[in-house]
Design a protein around this ligand. Structure first.
Ligand code: C2O
Ligand code: CU
Ligand code: CU
Length: 479
């Protein structure tokens, strides 16, 4: 089948919000889509890699005229793309040249918490670099890095602290998929901003407790981007890196997107769609086939009715590679029928948001799960007035599998590993979660202002040898 409808409930789309900021085309010339450089390791052996990730302030020429003051990782805005190979050990020096503390959170990486994971409890202070060491051991996937200081994640990400992080492995290497970075395999980071006077951003002026948004689409940090297509097949790695916005993606001529991967890597089977909705922090990899186009044609990517990225078709060699029907085996362990079922209730809007009836507490452990044991988590979005809104629910500490939505099968494109799932109003999504590392991990709504506003909790993954291990948790007021 070719799915031609977004899977989520229309009544919950962000455009029903009172504070919704519609996308508008910004009146500025088209520019080439920015493709960030790949981050070069400082040093490497067959088994180990050393690299430096540097959070830095800068200025970026986004629009004609004044440069925009921005933050980035190893560049002035967003970040150089980091590539990890599963099986290797990484020694990453985290450096901060910003005027304030930040953290480096590996969203979607399977690493120990809370310090390597980089959530709220892992501050890096200006001028005080720290080295973290971890082994990457998970399937090939598109993950990302973003700042996560509580409660200033929204502020940091709005300034630009978000980067693509690819995991590679031998299985993905063996499949006939485009993987020539920047040529037939490109990152597409979806964000939105409002440009104020002198082309500057102003988070405080645009702040909204239900999620900060702006009218201008910013794709890989570019406004009105154009990408030259020089191959018949093109792999797009979408990341919803926006604080709040959902993207309802479709192409001119209803060109089919073949989705091959979601948050945690390859789907079991490719899924063909003409409409793809992606909510905060989710990733989706799709392949476009331009076989019916010729040099000089244009294909446009839209979100709702607004064009956000133009593909200029150039000459390309014919490509007859056939996508396999099976991409990956998803082997999630079974749940012990007597296991505890964790409950997460997401409620409210604006300042009234809560998770399980309360707001985030830095020093409070809200739930516990044993290392290596798979358990169900039921995530409920209570019905609000006015249709309510979607909450993109995210867990640190690994990937889960979606079991059901209100007892029904998950959407066809969420059969792979996930770390973020959007929950419709009035819905309970059941997931299976197993942690492969001990530690304290956050779980929260990924509308970043909901997260900062307290729709976040934390859990301890414990081991029998030290079930009540104490971690040095950071108090919020030390910020
Ligand atoms: Cu992108 Cu707490 O996460
Ligand atoms: Cu995360
Ligand atoms: Cu939310």
């Amino acid at each position: 089948p070719i799915y031609d409808k977004y899977f989520f409930n229309e009544s919950a789309y962000d455009y029903h919000d009172g504070g919704y900021v519609p996308l508008e085309v910004y009146d500025s010339p088209a520019v080439p889509l920015n493709i960030p450089a790949l981050l070069k390791p400082d040093r490497e052996t067959d088994t180990d890699v050393w690299m430096t990730v540097h959070a830095q302030p800068g200025e970026t020429q986004i629009l004609p005229g004044e440069k925009t003051k921005t933050w980035g990782y190893n560049q002035s805005l967003l970040g150089q793309t980091i590539v990890f190979r599963s099986g290797k050990t990484y020694h990453v020096t985290l450096k901060n040249s910003l005027p304030e503390l930040t953290t480096f959170h590996w969203h979607g990486l399977d690493v120990p918490g809370p310090f390597i994971d980089g959530g709220c409890h892992a501050p890096i202070y200006p001028g005080q670099p720290k080295e973290i060491t971890f082994k990457v051991d998970q399937p090939a996937a598109t993950t990302w890095l973003h700042a996560h200081p509580c409660p200033l994640t929204g502020w940091d990400v709005w300034h630009g602290l978000a980067a693509m992080v690819y995991v590679k492995d031998a299985h993905e290497d063996s499949l006939p998929l485009p993987r020539n970075y920047g040529v037939d395999d490109i990152p597409v980071v979806l964000q939105d901003r409002r440009f104020h006077e002198d082309n500057q951003w102003n988070y405080d002026a645009d702040y909204d407790p239900d999620g900060t948004a702006g009218p201008t689409a910013l794709i890989n940090g570019t406004v009105n981007p154009v990408f030259d297509v020089t191959t018949q097949k093109l792999r797009l790695r979408f990341l919803d890196g926006a604080n709040r916005r959902e993207w309802r993606l479709h192409l001119s001529d209803d060109l089919i997107m073949t989705q091959i991967a979601s948050d945690g890597g390859l789907l079991p089977e490719p899924v063909k769609l003409t409409k793809l909705m992606i909510t905060c922090a989710e990733r989706a990899e799709v392949i476009l086939d331009f076989k019916d186009y010729k040099a000089g044609d244009q294909v446009v990517l839209y979100s709702d009715d607004t064009p956000i990225l133009t593909f200029n078709i150039k000459d390309f060699a014919p490509d007859n590679t056939v996508l396999p029907d099976q991409l990956a085996e998803i082997t999630y362990p079974d749940v012990d029928p007597n296991a505890n079922i964790h409950q997460v209730v997401l409620a409210g809007t604006d300042e009234e948001i809560t998770i399980n009836g309360r707001k985030f507490g830095m020093m409070r452990i809200d739930d516990r799960q044993q290392l290596g044991v798979t358990e169900y988590w039921d995530i409920t979005n209570t019905n609000d007035c006015c249709g309510g809104m979607l909450h993109p629910y995210h867990m640190h500490g690994g990937s889960f599998q979606i079991v059901s939505r209100n007892g029904q099968a998950p959407y066809p494109n969420e059969m792979g590993y996930k770390d973020t799932v959007s929950v419709n109003p009035g819905e309970t999504v059941r997931i299976k979660m197993r942690f492969n590392y001990a530690g304290v991990f956050m779980y929260h709504c990924h509308i970043i202002e909901h997260e900062d506003g307290g729709m976040m909790a934390q859990m301890q993954v414990w081991t029998p040898d030290d079930p009540h291990k104490k971690y040095d948790l950071m108090e919020m007021d030390t910020l």
